[in-house]
Design a protein around this ligand. Structure first.
Ligand code: ARG
Length: 564
């Protein structure tokens, strides 16, 4: 904890008799930095002491005044006691930090030795990406980077949907209406899948045939497996191109098929523990006594396994293999029931680590699908983003610097628009995607952050002096300078809070605040042409802010460019 806050906690604790932790939990930030750096609300004490909060604030201000060192002032403001830091000391402690200009400034090592496994993206092969898979990819990869920046060891897992009855359907479609070469063409495979469903409505017997293909696959029939392997490869090649474009990486592609030989053991164990019953020939676990109305289905009457069976096997495997401290499933809210069932069954099997599993759910997105339905054609979507970004910049940005690679900039802006419009919303909320809103350089967007970063980079590049890490920052007296220093000091807190709540929007909101504060500071904090020492102090401040902004943007999957 920073020593300024620590002093606030100590001094308040001394005079209120409250534990420093309790004070830490209620200590607020005043709405404006002119009003101080910490605000202690006196409402709680009022009840205990039977006095009005403003009176308590007054009395505290008086008592505390003589005991301040790093803090300079205690001022009663209505029911609050506001505390002010010594700005010179504060600026020094933040901007002269040994790594203030280095990569990863503001990261921490608090997660060292802990493992976070994150299951994200996890599309279904032979089917197009769903809007939900894109959200999962964006949120999951960002959480990965947030936790990594706090020192955790992260394990990114793509739990590909590459096993299951849908496969039987695909193969059935292929056998009836497809040809050999379709196996290498994802669009053709999708079309066959769609065709299968249309035909099945007219001819329900097809369902038996499809089931039979999946049964053959689970039993290890060579033809079924060969077809499955080819379809899987075709899909994976396609997904990998997209992941590359989004700079998303996984540590493991252990999809559902990986657990094929690990499922019997799980079902057996559940049976031995007496958890299962047989219902219409299917093996189920009744969860009603545990407050979940729908039973968990482990095996169908024909012996086929299910999504649930594979998830159970996967969870155990991950625990054993990665020894995770937490396992996060970044999957849409629509699957809430599935994960409640899953975690409950894990718990019933006596595995205390059930409590270390979490469903990091998220809401729906409307307005992103490029054709009908929920399906998105990711390549098309990313191309459209790039084209719109290019058009926007040529129409709206005058005085553009010479760029080495305009297309690469447009691509980066397009991706930033998509990522940020997702990450800036609270994840559980549904939202409407709009190109106009996402691409704009004004407003709460990814391109706005990029623009803020490029602008500060330009100022640093053109100011005519070099950044001096030891510049005398006690010269930074202006409110806008203090506001920026204070924001810099809160970066780690934003990361920590985002990690604790699995909520990238906290980091997104922080970076918007920082960019806005930067934007409104330029008039007051000129560098070029100012007296040398003062210019040097401001330049160091800007360089550190730029460093933080860049680090935070990278965590959100946004490229901080020097020019745009
Ligand atoms: N493939 C699934 C789907 O598209 C998502 C998988 C999520 N991860 C998991 N372990 N269940 O719905």
């Amino acid at each position: 904890m920073n020593p300024f806050r620590q002093e606030a906690l100590n001094v308040l604790s001394r005079h209120t008799g409250l534990d420093p932790e309790r004070i830490d939990a209620v200590l607020e930030r005043p709405p404006k930095s002119e009003l101080g750096d910490f605000a202690f609300p006196c409402f709680q004490l009022a009840k205990e002491l039977k006095k009005a909060p403003p009176q308590i604030a007054e009395e505290l201000a008086e008592k505390i005044a003589g005991e301040l060192e790093l803090l300079t002032e205690a001022r009663a403001l209505g029911p609050y006691l506001n505390l002010f830091v010594n700005r010179q000391e504060f600026a020094r402690s933040v901007l002269h930090a040994p790594n203030a200009l280095a990569d990863g400034f503001g990261n921490s090592s608090e997660g060292e030795g802990k493992v976070i496994a994150i299951d994200f993206s996890s599309p279904n092969i032979a089917k197009p990406f769903h809007v939900g898979h894109l959200r999962s990819t964006i949120i999951g990869s960002t959480l990965y980077r947030i936790f990594a920046s706090l020192g955790y060891k992260c394990v990114g897992i793509n739990h590909l949907g590459d096993w299951g009855t849908q496969f039987g359907k695909m193969v059935c479609g292929l056998k009836h209406w497809g040809e050999e070469k379709d196996l290498e063409d994802l669009d053709a495979l999708n079309a066959l899948y769609v065709r299968y469903h249309e035909e099945e409505e007219k001819n329900p017997e097809l369902a038996d045939e499809a089931r039979d293909w999946f049964r053959r696959q689970e039993e290890g029939d060579p033809e079924a497996l060969e077809l499955w392997k080819k379809i899987r490869e075709t899909s994976l090649d396609y997904f990998k191109v997209i992941y590359e474009r989004l700079s998303v990486r996984f540590d493991h592609y252990t999809g559902e098929s990986f657990f094929n030989d690990k499922m019997d053991a799980v079902v057996d164990r559940a049976e031995e523990l007496g958890l299962t019953s047989v219902s219409d020939g299917a093996v189920v676990i009744d969860l009603e006594p545990h407050g979940i109305d729908t039973p968990a289905l482990l095996r169908k009457a024909d012996g086929a396994t299910l999504y649930m069976t594979r998830d159970l096997a996967a969870a155990g495997y991950r625990r054993e293999t990665y020894k995770f401290d937490q396992l996060l499933y970044v999957v849409g809210t629509a699957q809430s029931l599935h994960f409640r069932q899953l975690f409950k069954v894990i718990e019933l099997m006596g595995d205390s680590w059930a409590k270390n599993c979490a469903h990091v759910n998220f809401g729906l997105v409307q307005g992103m699908s490029s054709r009908k339905g929920n399906v998105i054609y990711l390549e098309e979507l990313l191309d459209e983003a790039r084209n719109r970004a290019r058009d926007y910049m040529s129409a709206n940005v005058d005085k553009r610097p010479e760029l080495e690679d305009e297309e690469a900039v447009a691509e980066a802006v397009g991706i930033a628009a998509i990522f940020f419009s997702d990450l800036s919303k609270q994840r559980i909320k549904d939202y409407n995607f709009s190109w106009e809103r996402a691409i704009s350089f004004e407003g709460d967007t990814g391109p706005y952050l990029m623009n803020a970063h490029a602008r500060i980079a330009g100022i640093i590049r053109k100011c005519g002096i070099e950044v001096d890490p030891e510049a005398d920052v006690s010269l930074l007296q202006e409110p806008s300078a203090h506001n920026l220093v204070s924001l810099v000091s809160r970066y780690t807190e934003a990361l920590r809070e985002a990690a604790r709540t699995y909520e990238p929007s906290i980091l997104a909101a922080y970076l918007l605040d920082l960019s806005r504060a930067l934007h409104s500071s330029y008039k007051e904090l000129r560098v070029k042409g100012e007296e040398e020492k003062l210019a040097g102090a401001r330049l160091l401040l800007f360089a550190v802010v730029k460093n933080i902004l860049a680090g935070g943007m990278k965590i959100l999957g946004i490229r901080p460019l020097e020019k745009m």
